[in-house]
Ligand binder design. Structure first.
Ligand code: BEZ
Length: 203
């Protein structure tokens, strides 16, 4: 299977962490994308009309996107403990945690496009502040009510959150997201020691 990839994308990293955690990396061929919002990579558009990464193309030609779908697919390919619980309230708890991690990535990546790519005369500070407000509110909720769900053993939700926090460190080193969030800081420090996280670090 092929995975359209950009080293900076936290959504790609999320998929790769899942692949590392369940020993699937040898089965994935990495395809370097020319990811650009205004000039999409037409090789990806052929498979995914939105031209977004990650996009996965399976060996029989079936196309999967977005990261949630790709991660769910990867979770079917191994015999180990499933990263997404199969049923019960725990399943919906982990799904919601994954959505929260993805929401942080969505807002942080959107704001990165706004501030790094949009010409300065078109930038809208209130919109930017709104995106970063979503990031901060999500981090606060993680600190207050999600530490137990993040847990010690990775699940699909904790992997999404780790990818999101890794992206904040990569693109927003001055945000100081750890300040006032000691529990999340401790949890992330431990997650950061996992080979799956270290080996997928954006260069
Ligand atoms: C980035 O450069 O921050 C980025 C690149 C591709 C996807 C998402 C983010």
């Amino acid at each position: 299977m092929k995975l359209w990839y950009s080293p900076a994308s936290p959504f790609v990293r999320k998929c790769l962490i899942v692949a590392h955690e369940r020993d699937l990396t040898d089965r994935i061929e990495i395809m370097d994308a020319n990811a650009n919002v205004v000039d999409p990579d037409m090789r990806i558009v052929q498979s995914n009309p939105a031209g977004k990464i990650p996009t996965m193309v399976l060996d029989d030609g079936q196309v999967l996107f977005d990261s949630r779908v790709i991660c769910a697919w990867l979770d079917t390919l191994h015999d180990g403990k499933k990263l997404m619980p199969r049923s019960g309230s725990k399943r919906f708890e982990v799904m919601t945690l994954e959505a929260l991690g993805d929401a942080i990535m969505d807002a942080a990546v959107s704001n990165r496009y706004e501030t790094a790519l949009r010409p300065p005369e078109y930038q809208w500070k209130a919109w930017s502040d709104g995106q970063m407000g979503k990031v901060k509110a999500s981090l606060d909720q993680l600190e207050k009510q999600w530490i137990r769900s993040l847990g010690r053993n990775p699940n699909m939700g904790s992997i999404a959150v780790a990818a999101a926090l890794g992206y904040l460190d990569f693109r927003y080193p001055d945000l100081n997201w750890r300040r006032g969030r000691p529990k999340l800081t401790r949890w992330f420090k431990r997650f950061g020691e996992r080979p799956s996280f270290m080996e997928t670090e954006p260069k």
